[in-house]
Ligand binder design. Structure first.
Ligand code: ATP
Ligand code: MG
Length: 637
């Protein structure tokens, strides 16, 4: 059996869950035993949530790349590790076996060493979705350098902020990146960013788009030239650096939906065990299956579920350079068809946008290889869930609605594919090792079922963040100071009569209308059910009588004949689905919503607009399209 810790039935889930609560150390030690350690740990766990100070597998020595690469070479050396699908479907795809990947990682790790990168140095990676991105990430891990991947769509200022925060000494980038019909000049953005970043001594540039770039003497180097250099040295091996279990593996900045991005820090051993455990269990991965996660490696989903989770499990992970709507809205389905994809993991925002194109792009695509579907990033509204289930999964594939965060390192609350009975809109049950609690505003635990509260976790799990880079106090105040002895997620949550969890949105986004607590996600879900609505975002604003009023921003499919009538219809729909209490007080039709580059709605900006604070929108550096904000401001009711 490939994964002895893979859960195979609901009974086994329950048993495992019980054991993980009664004896967490024994439980995780059993899982960790199936990895390759240079030296086993002395102690499984030491922790307090006050400082906070959390350590897993102390005294253990390992390197995550030996677990992702070396240990598979004997059995899986010729199996595909990465299948890469380029942006342009006419261009040749690439298949990289575990042996190829191992060789390339070692080679590039030697490039980094030749350029003076040492264990503990920070390396910023700003690339498009090409295999060299995965190679760069793993090469850093190989030599113990701390990677900080920045999504290849951020502006020069956002990159500069992140480079300065991490004091990175080297940047790895590309000349440019292809995304849909765009060609993003990555190197030129880096040049602008570096004007204010004296810590950066070298920039390694990988060729992809052949966009003309300026190469600064003494600072900028071509990836390909550096590789040649290593070849001239006779391609020496690159032994993995021995890392302490709690040495830093990477820094990743959160997407900034709720404020200034935080540099979340993950460490080597706990993160590895957790990413692998959650991958193997949630998706019920079976050896040989082709797994396709549509996220970008610039987000935590890409770190844990394109790179580290799948590769540590010896899986085949598909990496896609482009976007779901290029060259047409059937692109994802063509990829599934072409590579006989078995597992597809994507985001509600992608599903909703593809739904808008109807079934034309889905028809005539052979999706029969699909066995399991997944969703992550935000609450998935029921309409999108059903569309995904019926038209993509053809009613036979389980959907895992996975709730988790950059800070949690891996999936926390989710159905286990094919094992947990699913319920649309619900992340359902916690994975073994995860102890969720709901608390009221006063920090008192709300027990039992059919209750609402702020979602917290009361016991450590191996993949949790250890600190926020360079500012431990920020980590403490953001996550551990709101409620004593609890990790606070920032999300609101409902536990229903079956003990199933449903995320209702950010706590900041929970509305209090005439004393009733209503999640923005619930109202949006109801609005989205109305025919013709593509997407909506709901926020609260001060209301003389109700305390808080509900302000809804709504995108509709096409030109409306009678917008006032459509508003009334939407109110009817909300009234019927949730109740009259949840009816929006104001509905503004918009053509787009302010989103982060990872596709999340920035409700804090919409809230400011609804409140009339038009000049004080806060940090907008991670905003995808600032133009929509101006339009929304102008149309404010
Ligand atoms: P920041 O912390 O900077 O505001 P962010 O929270 O958007 O950014 P992420 O860590 O990428 O950054 O997102 C985690 C959040 O995404 C969760 O806290 C939750 O609100 C939301 N989320 C993720 N998956 C789900 C899901 N399956 N259901 C509901 N919400 C989800
Ligand atoms: Mg967050």
């Amino acid at each position: 059996m490939a994964y002895p810790y893979q859960i195979k039935s609901l009974e086994e889930y329950q048993e495992n869950y019980q054991q993980s609560v009664m004896d967490p150390e024994g439980f995780w030690a059993n899982v960790a035993d199936h990895f390759y350690w240079r030296r086993k740990w002395d102690k499984v766990l030491e922790w307090n949530f006050k400082d906070p100070d959390v350590k897993w597998f102390t005294g253990g020595k390992l390197n995550i790349t030996e677990n992702c690469l070396d240990r598979h070479l004997g059995t899986l050396g010729n199996r595909p590790a990465i299948i890469w699908e380029p942006n342009d479907p006419e261009e040749r795809h690439r298949v990289i076996t575990y042996r190829d990947l191992y060789n390339k990682v070692c080679q590039f790790a030697n490039v980094l060493k030749n350029n003076g990168v040492k264990k503990g140095d920070r390396v910023c990676i700003y690339m498009g979705m090409i295999p060299e991105l995965a190679i760069a990430v793993l090469a850093c891990a190989r030599i113990g350098a701390i990677h900080s991947v920045v999504f290849g769509g951020f502006s020069a200022q956002s990159i500069a902020d992140r480079i300065q925060d991490a004091q990175a000494s080297l940047v790895i980038t590309c000349d440019g990146a292809f995304r849909g019909n765009k060609d993003i000049p990555l190197k030129s953005v880096i040049d602008d960013a570096l004007m204010g970043c004296p810590s950066v001594k070298k920039v390694i540039v990988c060729t992809r788009t052949r966009t003309p770039v300026s190469m600064i003497k003494g600072r900028d180097l071509w990836w390909e030239d550096e590789i040649k250099q290593v070849e001239t040295m006779g391609n020496p091996p690159c032994p993995a650096e021995e890392m302490d279990a709690e040495d830093m593996l990477f820094i990743l900045y959160t997407s900034g939906s709720t404020g200034k991005p935080k540099g979340v820090v993950h460490t080597c051993a706990g993160y590895m065990v957790y990413a692998n455990y959650t991958f193997v269990n949630t998706f019920q991965y079976q050896p040989g299956e082709v797994y396709f996660c549509t996220a970008d490696v610039g987000w935590i989903t890409g770190h844990s579920y394109i790179i580290y989770g799948p590769l540590s499990a010896g899986a085949t992970t598909l990496m896609f350079e482009g976007v779901p709507t290029y060259p047409d809205a059937g692109r994802l389905w063509s990829i599934v068809d072409k590579y006989r994809v078995n597992i597809l993991y994507t985001a509600p925002t992608a599903i909703r946008s593809l739904m808008g194109y109807g079934l034309g792009p889905v028809n005539h695509k052979d999706l029969s290889s699909l066995k399991k579907l997944g969703s992550v990033g935000e609450p998935i509204n029921e309409e999108a869930w059903h569309w995904f289930k019926d038209h993509i999964g053809k009613g036979r594939c389980p959907i895992v609605d996975t709730w988790w965060q950059t800070e949690t390192g891996g999936i926390m609350i989710t159905p286990i594919a094919g094992i947990t009975k699913e319920k649309p809109g619900y992340a359902t049950l916690p994975l073994p090792g995860i102890q969720p609690v709901l608390v009221d505003e006063n920090g008192k635990e709300v027990k039992g079922n059919n209750v609402n509260g702020n979602l917290c976790i009361k016991f450590p799990w191996p993949g949790m963040l250890r600190t926020t880079y360079g500012d431990h106090e920020r980590c403490r105040t953001t996550y551990f100071a709101t409620y004593e002895n609890l990790y606070f997620t920032g999300d609101g949550c409902l536990r229903d009569e079956d003990g199933y969890y449903r995320i209702t949105g950010r706590v900041d986004d929970v509305l209090n209308v005439s004393g009733h607590r209503i999640g923005t996600a619930e109202v949006e879900n109801a609005i989205n059910m109305h025919a013709g609505v593509v997407e909506s975002a709901v926020v609260g604003y001060p209301h003389d009588i109700k305390g808080q009023g509900i302000y809804a921003y709504v995108i509709t499919e096409r030109q409306m004949h009678d917008p006032e009538l459509t508003k009334k219809d939407i109110l009817q729909t909300v009234s019927r689905i949730i109740g009259p209490i949840a009816k929006p007080d104001k509905i503004q039709f918009v053509s787009g919503l302010p989103k982060t580059r990872s596709g999340k709605i920035m409700r804090r900006i919409l809230r400011k607009i609804a409140e009339g604070e038009l000049d004080n929108l806060g940090d907008t550096s991670t905003l995808l399209d600032p133009v929509v904000v101006d339009e929304i401001k102008r149309g404010r009711l």
